[in-house]
Every structure is written in C-alpha cells, then in structure tokens.
Design a protein around this ligand. Structure first.
Ligand SMILES: Cc1cc2nc3c(=O)[nH]c(=O)nc-3n(C[C@H](O)[C@H](O)[C@H](O)COP(=O)(O)OP(=O)(O)OC[C@H]3O[C@@H](n4cnc5c(N)ncnc54)[C@H](O)[C@@H]3O)c2cc1C
Length: 406
C-alpha cells in the first residue's frame, strides 16, 4: 500500500505553500512535494520584492500570516505612473480608495519563509522535500504520483503549483500558449536621495518600464530604500548586469528621472527573463492548476502572485464545500469556472499594457499619453483600473471569501 492523501500539492513556492497553510486546518490529509531543499526553498526565493495588493493582504490575514509579515512590509500609499518624455501622469492613492494602503511591498524571501514557518507550526502537512515529481497515473478514484527517488504516493486530488514550466502540465500533455517578451526584469535595491513617502513609481521608457517601489529599509520617518525593477530588452541584459555600480546607477537614474533624487548603495542585481505562459486548462481529471502553473504574467502590473493567491483562496473555498471525494469532477469544473473571468481580465490587461508601451509606432505614443491622462482624469475608468489592481475585479461574487474585507 502506498501512502494515501486527499490532496497532493506539487511545488512549495509562494503559491503552493499558501495553499498548504490554508488547507492545514481542514482535516484533509495533505502532502506537499517540493523539489528544492530547505532552507533555500524554493529556487524562486531570490532578491525580488512582491507588491501584494489589498485583496492579497486580506487573504494573508485569513491564512494567519499577515501579522508575522507586517514588519517586513512597506505600505504603498500611492502610485505614480508616467512615460519618459511626456507630461501625462496617472496617480492612484489609498485615500481616494478609502483604504489605509493600496498594498504592501514585501521581500519574496520573507513571504516564503513566513508561509513555510506557518505550515510547520500548524502541522498536518506531510512534506516531501527535496523531492521531485516524475510521473502521474490518473485513475478513476485517485492519482498515483511517482517521485524521482522511486517513492509512490496516492492522492484524490493533485494541485499543480509547480510554476511556469509545470511538470504536471507536461506529464498530462496539456498545452500552453507562450509569448516570449524578449525582455528581462533586472531586480535590485537602491537608496534614493529623497524619501519615497510610500509612493510606488512606474515610468515607461521606449525600452520598457522602470519601477521603484517603497521598501521597508528600517530608516525611520523618511525611508529612502526602494526595490528597483528595470525591464531590459534581451540583447542589453548581459551588458547591464556587467556594468559597474556607478554606471548602473547613473543609467537607472537617467531612465527614471529626478523625482527621487540621486540613487546610491546598490543591492545585488538579478535578471528574470520575461514571458507569458497560459495553461490551456485550469483543470484535468483529478488535477487543478494554480499560480504560475496556471498563468505566468509579465511583472509590469505586479499582478502574477496576487492572481495566484486568489487561485489559492478559491481552491480553499471549493475544497471546503467538497464532500469526501475532493477530486470529484464537479468540484474541479466549479474551480475553473470561478477563476476564468478574473484570470482573463488580469492576464489580458497585463499583456496589453506591455505591448502598448513597448510599441514604437508614432501614433501610439499620442494614444498612450491620452490614455494616462484619461486614467487620471476620468473617474469611472480610474475606479475600474484601481479596483482591479487592488484585487477586486469583476462582480463581488467572483471575489473569493478570504479576500473580502471582514
Ligand atoms: C521580476 C519579477 C517581479 C515580480 N513582482 C511581482 C509583484 O510585485 N506582484 C505580484 O503579484 N507578482 C509579482 N511577480 C510574479 C510572482 O513572482 C510569481 O507569480 C510567483 O512567485 C509565482 O509563484 P508560484 O509558487 O506559482 O511559482 P514558483 O515560484 O515558480 O514555484 C514553483 C515551485 O515548484 C517547484 N517545482 C517545480 N517542478 C517541480 C517538480 N517536478 N516536483 C516538485 N517541485 C517542483 C519549484 O521548485 C518551485 O519551488 C514578479 C515576477 C517577477 C519575475
């Protein structure tokens, strides 16, 4: 007899670990299979900061991790979106949304460590780590999962949280549509000459956006530490990584402009190649997809993890409503139906944004300018975009319960 589980989660990145935390109190027998060994888990625990929106903060509150995360989180009180060489600016503020913050910028490593600690504290999750999923055999009542070391587990439901190159997708022969943006995001940290005052800046340049987000630098009342995400065309990435700190800072300053004064003290630089990968299916018999395994997005709108966390919140909700067989087809269909609208809207919006701002057609420059102005001046449009970015797009019923304000 092989060990048998209700749910086997493949991948313990931010999304898979969030689901394990959410399922821990459910009484279901849950296994988490993660390829990378702790404490480095997972390979994605790098220098990135993640801007989590208001809905994600609500979900983290419901999962019991927000209090532990809060000291590492820098509140985002406003956003400022502009285009190099143009006057149009779009601004959003927490005040106009009636919230204390639009979101929080949190080091990815802090999120990962907090989730894993919470999962260990709650107990009940059987960890297979490091362990790599290598085979899947889907039967009528359960799935047999083979790990690289030859172990076999059985589960009623497999949740694929194994990232953009999902092995589960590959093993099941499920296709994906892929768009290579031929860009990388170079991520690092900078100190700025002027305090950020909780403002997240994004500036579109002909080469791609450069974003500076407030970081919790522990520097008192006027914090000046920011995480920097600089979208760079693929052919220029190696050169930008090889630049001296002085050269990198001077060029980043030139691309961003003078709003935050002179830059200094640079962190490590890491480059992330950017592409969009959309799984053709969100479910298959006894399998569902969440997070980057379901959809991987360009970080331009800072929505990838936020969307993935709403996948998690919906999966938790659907599993709470399930009977004894938590891999039943009706349940998986329900999950896919509840996620479809949110996913299409956010993935579509993100892709349009990348393509609109990386297009050099002259007429489009004017349209972009008008678009930014309209966003700032037309209240209904502004409200729609703002609530979508806060994580509350679509009808209220589509928002998972965990994300709704108490
Ligand atoms: C530069 C950059 C900035 C970003 N900024 C933001 C932001 O501000 N806001 C936001 O919402 N999103 C942001 N994102 C997106 C966000 O980082 C991702 O959406 C999120 O980290 C995806 O998490 P995941 O757990 O789904 O996938 P992953 O992090 O890819 O985790 C997948 C896990 O599965 C494991 N795995 C893979 N194959 C197997 C296997 N066969 N067996 C066992 N385990 C396996 C891997 O080891 C890994 O741990 C950004 C992305 C980038 C690149």
């Amino acid at each position: 007899m092989h060990p048998s589980f209700d749910v086997a989660i493949i991948g313990g990145g931010l999304v898979g670990a969030s689901l394990a935390v959410g399922l821990a109190p459910s009484g279901r027998r849950v296994a988490l299979i993660e390829a990378a060994a702790p404490p480095s888990t997972a390979p994605s625990w790098d220098e990135r900061c993640i801007a989590i929106n208001h809905a994600s903060r609500q979900i983290f509150g419901g999962l019991g991790v927000w209090d532990a995360l809060a000291p590492a989180a820098a509140p985002i009180l406003s956003t400022h979106i502009s285009e190099q060489g143009r006057f149009g600016v779009a601004r959003f503020s927490a005040q106009e949304a009636g919230l204390d913050a639009l979101g929080h910028n949190v080091p990815l490593r802090a999120i990962g460590q907090t989730l894993w600690q919470r999962m260990l504290d709650l107990g009940g999750t059987t960890l297979h780590c490091p362990a790599q999923l290598q085979g899947l055999a889907v039967g009528a009542d359960d799935v047999a999962l083979t790990l690289a070391d030859g172990r076999v587990l059985q589960a009623r439901l497999v949740v694929a949280a194994d990232g953009a190159g999902s092995r589960v997708r590959e093993l099941l022969g499920i296709g994906s549509t892929r768009r290579d943006y031929e860009q990388s995001a170079i991520v690092t940290a900078v100190r700025t000459g002027k305090p950020h005052r909780g403002c997240a800046y994004e500036r579109f340049t002909p080469e791609g956006p450069i974003a500076l987000l407030p970081k919790n630098g522990g520097d008192g009342l006027e914090p000046t530490t920011c995480s920097l995400v600089w979208t760079t065309p693929a052919p220029a990435v190696e050169a930008r990584l090889a630049w001296s700190d002085e050269q990198f800072i001077a060029q980043a300053e030139a691309a961003f402009g003078e709003r935050l004064g002179r830059f200094a003290t640079l962190g490590r630089r890491v480059a992330h190649p950017l592409s969009r990968v959309l799984s053709e299916q969100l479910q298959a018999p006894r399998v569902l997809f969440i997070g980057n395994a379901a959809q991987t997005l360009h970080p331009v709108a800072a929505q990838g993890f936020n969307l993935g966390l709403r996948d998690v919140a919906t999966a938790i909700e659907v599993l709470q409503e399930a009977g004894a067989d938590c891999g039943a087809a009706a349940l998986l269909d329900d999950y896919a139906a509840r996620r479809r609208g949110d996913r299409e809207r956010v993935a579509g919006f993100t892709d349009h944004l990348v393509r609109l701002f990386s297009n050099r057609v002259p007429g489009l420059r004017g349209l972009r300018h008008l678009g930014l102005l309209a966003l700032d001046l037309a209240p209904p449009l502004k409200q729609t975009v703002m609530w979508q970015n806060l994580g509350y797009a679509g009808s209220g019923a589509e928002t998972p319960r965990l994300a709704r304000s108490p």
